[in-house]
Design a protein around this ligand. Sequence first.
Ligand SMILES: C[S@@+](CC[C@H](N)C(=O)[O-])C[C@H]1O[C@@H](n2cnc3c(N)ncnc32)[C@H](O)[C@@H]1O
Length: 301
Amino acid sequence: MSLETDEIEIDGQTVYNQSAEQFPKTLPSDIDLVLTSPPYWDLKDYNNENQIGQESYEEYLDRMETIWENCYENTSEDALLIIIVNSRRRNKKFYDIPADISRNAGNWNLIEKMTWFKPNAMPISHWYKDSLYDDKKEEILIFAKNHNYEYTFNKIRVEQKYKDVDPRDNKDKKGRGIPNIIRCPSYKPPKISEGNYHIAAFPDRLAYALTYTYSNPGDKILDPFLGSGTTLKIARHTDRNGFGIELNPDYIDLIEERIKEDFKFPAWEEFDLLHDPDKIDPVDTREERREGQDSSLSDFN
Ligand SMILES: C[S@@+](CC[C@H](N)C(=O)[O-])C[C@H]1O[C@@H](n2cnc3c(N)ncnc32)[C@H](O)[C@@H]1O
């Protein structure tokens, strides 16, 4: 394994071009939030001898666990770890990667499991044949270091939908929270064909919702599998200090481009399954969000 580190600063965000199996020495040890989507087992060949994902399933889980342990070592006491990952079917056998990572995450404690609903996900033919249902979701695993800490979660709130029928409406003027099934169309990073990139990027809007909810302006955020740079793009737009590790040197130009990209802040209703997507006003509340979390919107539950 190569231990060489290439550290690059892009618009205040720090990118390390190396393997995440040993964290860079200059990475801060008090990261507040780790947000990542790891290489999925047996899915994409990133053409690098140190890549994770092409080994046996057991070895894959072991190597992943090393990464979660590294994250544990480099985070503050009240840090959170968020992993977005999906299960895999191979030769008719079902590999429940989210469940296996949940059980093999070092000292991290799983505190929440959410679903990312991808309305536009392409049907996967063998999945369709085997399960008869199209796979339109991935899982979002949320881990904490301990159960006692009071975490500053910032609750996303939308206007009450069923005003006439829900008795709780009058009680909470701040609006209601959204379901833990988050609707967010999946996305392909730009120039994927021109650059011949093979990156399974998660949508910047999903990264935004999770960053908003589970961190605060000024926080340090780490993505140990940076890919196209989504996490750091959102860190820049939300005034967080982002750090990313990516093995593949070919992605650095794309990462730089993506960090510098504009971002249109979405209306919260877009993530809300109870709102009809065709009837959502695209509200740009960018300034309000950039200023940080309005305390009237903050919540500890
Ligand atoms: C699923 S992709 C991450 C996509 C990212 N969330 C985005 O939005 O673009 C996984 C990434 O992990 C990288 N990777 C694989 N093995 C690695 C390792 N040992 N250390 C660091 N990165 C690695 C791959 O090159 C790939 O870019």
